[in-house]
Design a binder for this molecule. Structure first.
Ligand SMILES: *Cc1c(COP(=O)(O)O)cnc(C)c1O
Length: 369
């Protein structure tokens, strides 16, 4: 029997979360952002749930190729654009749209030989200060692109630094609107947090939104927001089983470094899941874990292949009991027994994004619908 750990990808939940994005921006088209192997879900698996998106946004040519191999004929956008001139040949061959954020990318386009002109997204830096042309350079970049026979349509985009937090997006929306006021072309501004929190404001929904994390059942504004509050469903379950039980007496300790000491007699469940599976090593004692769908607490240090759980809330649990590290608990479990990935991430001092992207290669993955 293989080690009992397993990840499930819920394609129906992906489709549900995409529908939530659409409801919030009914007049916009939705890019499903599938970079990082669809946030760790597996591009091919995620595609099964996200095929009703208007387009797919990603970073790697290799991922774009995989989408075309799935027979996706619609738009694909390279969010960081080309990394070297040769990449433009693949853009031509695979009909990829690409972001242009540096003058060098325009030089490469000017030297590129193509029969079919390219659709590009000209990226403005409206305050994030990562990629894009500043306001002062935007117009001349647009004019250069507009003069190139290699370029067909020019769209305009920018990215928000604070859509999930108290600073919000108004300052960036204003800069973007001012800098692009008389330029034609479609616009794209919003990431998931903006889709959920800011699309009531003028100019945020625009022509295209770029939804990532919300599609994958994580609230971009956790822990202030939650998937429950946004009507989103978990799309990844990480589950395993108890492979051992220990009976501790007061004063006994558990695991490396003896960081947990039993105050009274306690049953401890040993779970076949550790940091080599992608479980966060920094998850402290108290991090929630479901055993047979019942909320329990991790105790002691996370090791490479195991974690240890206080079984006090679930006295009937024993060897083989199902353990949910995040996602959906067993059918019929408590509260529909969902453990949002955001709760585990928060306990471990990180974000849902990082946990799902870090699911380890050694964990077998199944599509569960
Ligand atoms: C990753 C990314 C997104 C999606 O962000 P989420 O917070 O996951 O919705 C949108 N736009 C750009 C440019 C990105 O790189």
């Amino acid at each position: 029997m293989p080690r009992p750990i397993q990840a499930l990808i819920h394609t129906a939940a992906l489709a549900h979360n995409l529908a939530v994005a659409r409801q919030r921006v009914p007049d916009s088209r939705v890019w499903a952002v599938v970079k990082a192997n669809a946030y760790g879900h597996g591009l091919e698996r995620a595609f099964q749930g996200l095929r009703r998106a208007d387009g797919f946004a990603l970073l790697d040519l290799e991922e774009a190729q995989r989408l075309r191999a799935l027979d996706w004929r619609g738009p694909i956008l390279l969010l960081e654009g080309c990394f070297e001139p040769r990449d433009l040949e693949q853009c031509s061959r695979l009909s990829l749209w690409h972001v242009v954020h540096t003058a060098e990318q325009i030089d490469w386009l000017a030297a590129h030989k193509t029969h079919v002109p390219h659709r590009v997204f000209l990226k403005m830096n409206s305050g994030m200060n990562r990629l894009g042309f500043p306001e002062a350079a935007l117009r001349s970049a647009w004019a250069r692109l507009n003069a190139l026979p290699q370029v067909d349509e020019i769209s305009l985009m920018t990215h928000f630094s604070d859509a999930d937090g108290p600073r919000g997006v108004a300052h960036q929306v204003q800069v973007f609107a001012r800098a692009t006021a008389d330029l034609p072309g479609e616009r794209s501004l919003a990431n998931s947090a903006a889709v959920l929190r800011h699309t009531a404001a003028a100019g945020v929904a625009a022509d295209w939104v770029r939804a990532g994390i919300m599609l994958y059942g994580s609230a971009p504004d956790a822990p202030a927001g939650s998937i429950e509050s946004w009507g989103l469903k978990p799309t990844m379950t990480l589950r395993s089983r108890l492979i051992g039980i220990q009976h501790l007496q007061p004063g006994d300790t558990v695991g490396y470094g003896s960081t947990y000491t039993a105050a009274q007699a306690v049953r401890i469940g040993i779970v076949a899941c550790g940091y080599a599976d992608g479980y966060p090593r920094h998850a402290p004692s108290g991090t929630p874990v479901l055993v047979d769908g019942v909320r329990c607490a991790l105790v002691g240090r996370v090791s490479m292949d195991m974690i240890t759980v206080d079984l006090t809330p679930v006295p009937q649990a024993g060897l083989g009991s199902e353990v949910t590290l995040w996602g959906c608990g067993p059918v019929g479990g408590e509260h529909g027994s969902v453990l949002p990935i955001d709760e585990v991430a928060h306990a471990a001092g990180t974000i849902g994004y990082e946990l799902m992207c870090a699911l380890a290669q050694r964990v077998p993955v199944e599509v569960a619908d």
